[in-house]
Design a protein around this ligand. Sequence first.
Ligand code: KIV
Ligand code: ZN
Length: 391
Amino acid sequence: MSNNNVQIFDTTLRDGEQVPGCKLNTEQKLIIAEQLDNLGVDIIEAGFPVSSPGDFKSVEEISKIVKNATVCGLTRSVENDIKVAAEALKYAKTPRIHTGIGTSDSHIKHKFKSTQSDIIERAVKAVSYAKSFVEDVEFYAEDAGRTDNEYLARVCEAVIKAGATVLNIPDTTGYCLPHEYGAKIKYLKENVKGIDKAILSCHCHNDLGLATANSIEGVINGARQIECTINGIGERAGNTALEEVVMILKQHPYLDLDTKIQTEMLYGISQLVSDSMGIYTQPNKAIVGANAFAHSSGIHQDGVIKNRETYEIIDPKDVGVTESAIVLTARSGRAALAYRAKNIGYELTKLQLDEIYTNFLDFADKKKEVDDNDIHQIVENSKVYNEITSA
Ligand code: KIV
Ligand code: ZN
């Protein structure tokens, strides 16, 4: 693996599926897993096998059908979790066990009523045990975002010695600012003995709307894996959105960081996940929202019609959207009306356009959005159009 490749670890089927009311059945998970594999994600976190028989079955079935990606199962630092995950992953071509424990003071004191040294001992034991089943073991330091860097470095060092291949540094509560998260990754890169033997992974939650920014800071500072979900779905305010980090890296080639994602599949898979889970995607969602490539104000429409790049930094085809949309509303100008009319067969003269535009504005003030049928009606009913075309 070259050093500028950022691995995409998709957790739509695990962290993403933790959204209340969005449980998927095994069949739906298999369809999504197959598409994620085609999309080119490097790792699919298929579930938390010990959590329920249904999750076990999903991880097992996904392991059987995935052709390219590593299939991963989540565990706590508990022997039985790890044993069950190994069992669920037994058909995977390349299995990974993702085990870990909380490392922040809050988790150590309140959740585990334990001590820092005991947590390191449990972490090492879990990684060593997971290593007895699979070669590829990822360790997560839950709440790493609020864990003291010096202690976090000691945890990382210990689990690398025990055989961890990937170190997941979750900002579990979505608390970090981008420069803090980036500095944490840099600190670990510079202070953990043996860090070259492992990949640092960003797992950022979106409680303050910073998950994507934090993940990007993470890879700029040396992490080489991003954990993310389609449409950014996940616990509370969600996880890092896969489509966002992938397109940020693609649109900023000077960062010299690549992924293997087939970006033209992004829109389709976003729709698949949204439909399967029954979660509506907000229209202004970056990359995959219904309005991500829609232009409605007259000034913007005129600019885009003259040259798409005036107001678009991504070619919609690159993410699987057929074309930019020129939406006709009362805020639209003549250029947009002429463009949409031309698309449905009306080549309007300047004179025709002047009258039709006045009629259009009357109409648009009464209706939120003017569609092709409305344009037909407005044009066909306009005096000047009929006079000229029948002359
Ligand atoms: O947010 C988190 O800390 C997690 C871990 C279980 C990886 O999802
Ligand atoms: Zn998480």
